[in-house]
Write a protein that binds this ligand. Sequence first.
Ligand SMILES: *Cc1c(COP(=O)(O)O)cnc(C)c1O
Length: 389
Amino acid sequence: MTARKPAAELIHHAYQPPAGFVSPAAAVHKGSSIFFENVAALKRVRWADRDAYTYGLHGTPTTFALEARLATLEGAEHVLLAPSGLAALNLVNHSLLKSGDQLLIPDNVYGPSRNSARHELAAWGIAHAVYDPLTPADLAAKLTPATRLVWLEAPGSITLEFPDLLGLIAAVRAGAPQALIALDNTWGAGLAFDAFALGVDLTIHALTKYPSGGGDVLMGSVATRDRALFERLAATHGRSGFGVGANDVELVLRGLASLPLRYAAQDATARQVAAWAQQHPAVAQVLHPALPSSPGHGHWKQLCRAAAGLLTLRFQPGTPGARIEAAVDALRVFRLAWSWGGPVSLAVPYDLTHLRSVNRSEETVLRLAIGLEEPEVLIADLAQAFQGL
Ligand SMILES: *Cc1c(COP(=O)(O)O)cnc(C)c1O
């Protein structure tokens, strides 16, 4: 009698997804190991090819499905996934920069991106300069023969100035033809404007925000139309271990189906809240690209079909920061939390003192990220909280 070998029997039990099981959802394929038929097959595959599987870190049918859908949404050819939006930013920096190079970032760049330039990139001998996003001539003046990468962000983080993207891109092409142009397109989400039609080389997204839509997943992506650039990024991606989990990818795939509807709803509510805030006596200015009084509105109007769900309030000069913080503490529907794009409306007060180096300011502003609640509920919450202002 041969002894049973239950471990091997269970592990090698045949499994094929059932033929004819076609459902709306892409399957969640997991695997670190992916079996090869023979040594020749193992030697043949290249992990930068999206139609072959090598090792779970480099992709599964689930991650490739999300990459392909994001490429369609963005008007790109190639997409790589990263564990967060910040990891996507760093993937670009780490792939394209080396010691002696210079990087340019806008003054209103996503904050942790500036910190990464100040710390890791500086330690590796990569210099950075900060330009005024509303002045293409300032960007042009900061380009050097060592400039290899220029970041754009539209609109900028927190203060939401919408830059002259075409002017900035033209300045880079004229003054630093050796440099690549990367756009952080998280706000636009592939919906507000067509990033690649403007002439950028690559974009990144924090899928954490609108694409996921749930406030429950962290992920990022990098997109490009250029095969050679994609191969450079994919090589660093593979060497960095920037894999993503299949269950998280499933959440983003689910979220994508309702992305355009959620984006439109949050855009519409944000405009209603902005209109209400504009007439509140404690509010000096509402920063929202679709408002004519917001910096860069003309550029937004020229390029964009939509405006996302973010707005930032500036209060009357002299309003103490502590008074603004007390108003934030009085909010009941808006929750105090980082990030945006989920169902819950969020509020964060920002002291701009250490967040800007070109256009310095010591003001405290309030960034509102609109969720999916009814607009009148959000307006009533702000009205009661602002009574103390
Ligand atoms: C949130 C955000 C990121 C970073 O995304 P995470 O997934 O939170 O790391 C990058 N850029 C912009 C503009 C963002 O809003």
